[in-house]
Ligand binder design. Structure first.
Ligand code: CO8
Length: 255
């Protein structure tokens, strides 16, 4: 198998497992992630974590050997599959955390960009080196990177193809935290910072942010008002204020 899917406490963990190819994403791996998401959707977990097998790489990108000697049609099927799997991760019912150990390049960087959060060890190195192969990133990198770090920083990273070390990644907002020790344990500790919250409220907030950045301020405010109203009418949205007034912790209703 090219991935491992495990459950740890409140978390589903998908580990890319092709260490001999630095966990590169071949077509079968993308399909395996897609199938794993089907399975996880039926689990009652509070976050989805991604990591790479071994300590050298989170993922070194699309499997370059699959790009060789192919007569690749327009809308290459691998690009469409990668884009749809990563969009699925971005809007998955529970938040996702990329636990980045070592290289996160090309498609590996794009997988991390699709996650809600990115934590990494000091060995984490991000990059979109496709330009060095004469290619355009194909799994969302040209679109998600500028949304996260701004157009100027994104153009610098994508057009030079250079690697971004962990400290710079933290500074420009590509990494949320630099962590120490076992990266998956550290990612779970990070995720415990939000797993006590209402899953519905978290989902609506992510939706408001992600839809809002693609629209005008006025349209974004309308989206926010709609989603805020849904939260106020929800059981979680009634329990939270009730618990505050009663000076007790809110019961988590959506377990
Ligand atoms: N694909 C396939 N195999 C890979 C990949 C990859 N992306 N990256 C590394 N490997 C393999 C190497 O070939 C090598 O195999 P072997 O031992 O059999 O020779 C093994 O992993 C170890 O790699 P290295 O010996 O190169 O290890 P180093 O420590 O010397 O270097 C690097 C590590 C710097 C990460 C280097 O391996 C590297 O530059 N890898 C390629 C990174 C890259 O260019 N990624 C972008 C790929 S293209 C992409 O993601 C999107 C394409 C556009 C859309 C595609 C639609 C399908």
């Amino acid at each position: 198998m090219s991935i491992q899917l495990t459950r740890r406490d409140d978390f589903a963990v998908i580990t890319l497992d092709r260490p001999a190819a630095l966990n590169a994403l071949n077509y079968a791996t993308l399909q395996a992630i897609d199938e794993a998401l089907d399975e996880v959707a039926a689990w009652k977990v509070r976050a989805l974590l991604f990591t790479g097998c071994g300590d050298k790489a989170f993922c070194a990108g699309a499997d370059i050997s699959e790009l060789l000697d192919r007569d690749i049609p327009d809308e290459y099927v691998g690009t469409r599959l990668g884009q749809s799997v990563f969009s699925r991760i971005e809007s998955f019912p529970v938040p996702s955390v990329a636990a980045v150990n070592g290289y996160a390049l090309g498609g590996g960087c794009e997988l991390a960009l699709a996650c809600t959060f990115r934590v990494g060890t000091s060995s984490a190195k991000f990059g979109l080196p496709e330009v060095k192969l004469g290619l355009v990133p194909g799994y969302g990198g040209t679109q998600r990177l500028p949304r996260l770090v701004g157009v100027a920083a994104a153009l610098d990273i994508v057009l030079t193809g250079r690697m971004v070390a962990a400290d710079e990644a933290l500074r420009i907002g590509l990494l949320h935290r630099i962590v120490h020790g076992d990266v998956i344990e550290a990612a779970m500790a990070y995720a415990r910072g939000f797993t006590g919250h209402s899953m519905l409220a978290m989902r609506l907030i992510r939706d408001a942010v992600l839809r809002g950045v693609d629209t005008s301020l006025q349209d974004g405010l309308r989206i926010e008002a709609d989603l805020s109203t849904i939260s106020m009418n929800s059981e979680d949205g009634k329990e939270g204020p009730r618990a505050f007034i009663a000076k007790r912790a809110p019961r988590i209703l959506d377990r």
